[in-house]
Design a protein around this ligand. Structure first.
Ligand code: HEC
Length: 191
């Protein structure tokens, strides 16, 4: 999913925060939620460097422009089947993500202590299914049917992963998307 043009779309109102977010806020969401890490100092050197790089990638792009390849086509919600998801994961995903989703040198963990936390966009089953359908397996993408993408996303997103206590403050003014309920076991959330 390209970054080109992202700098030209901030500041931006986001329903999840219920306010106008700066690009620094968006970047720190990725650090804290998708990477389950710590926020960067908003005006520190590391943040300045990332923002400068994103600005460079948007050089010459009009403010607010929509770019080809931007975002993900969102699949129509479907019920995933856990058993089928287990089988798809075993046959198609483990060679990179590991037998227990723990990640390998080739691909990130998909659950457990080192994965994205429950506050990440990827913890939404519809988002995960859409991402998987469009882009996974990364070397042979678009081989799963939409139903298979929901099956395997249901398996992944019902495994334990770190908590994100501030999620209770998300969507303060409404606009919570379908699939964003956090029904995930929190066994692994203590480390
Ligand atoms: C050839 C190796 C490979 C295979 C096979 C593969 N993936 Fe991935 N996957 C990756 C890589 C590399 C990334 C990280 C992509 C990035 O950061 O841009 C990734 C990222 C992901 C993510 C996002 C993780 C995050 O932290 O946001 C999900 C979800 C995912 N894969 C699911 C799957 C599923 C489900 C399958 C099986 C249908 C699968 N992958 C098969 C290499 C693979």
């Amino acid at each position: 999913m390209p970054w080109v043009g992202s700098y030209a779309r901030f500041p931006q109102y986001r329903a999840r925060s219920g306010k106008i977010d700066l690009i620094e806020d968006r970047i720190n969401d990725c650090f804290e939620r998708s990477m389950n890490g710590k926020a960067l100092a908003p005006s520190g050197r590391d943040m300045d460097d990332i923002v400068a790089y994103l600005a460079f990638l948007s050089n010459g792009i009009p403010v607010g422009a929509q770019m080809e390849g931007q975002g993900l086509a969102r699949l129509k919600p479907a019920n995933g089947d856990l058993k089928r998801g287990v089988a798809i994961f075993a046959s198609t995903c483990t060679r990179c993500h590991g037998a227990n989703g723990q990640g390998t040198a080739l691909a990130p963990p998909l659950w457990g202590a080192h994965s994205y936390n429950v506050g990440a966009g990827m913890a939404n089953i519809i988002t995960a299914a859409s991402f998987i359908h469009a882009l996974m397996p990364i070397d042979r993408a678009q081989q799963l049917t939409e139903q298979q993408a929901f099956d395997v996303a249901t398996y992944i997103n019902t495994r334990p992963r770190p908590d994100f206590p501030r999620k209770v403050h998300d969507w303060p003014k409404g606009g919570k998307p379908e699939g964003a309920d956090y029904h995930i076991s929190k066994e692994d959330s203590h480390d």
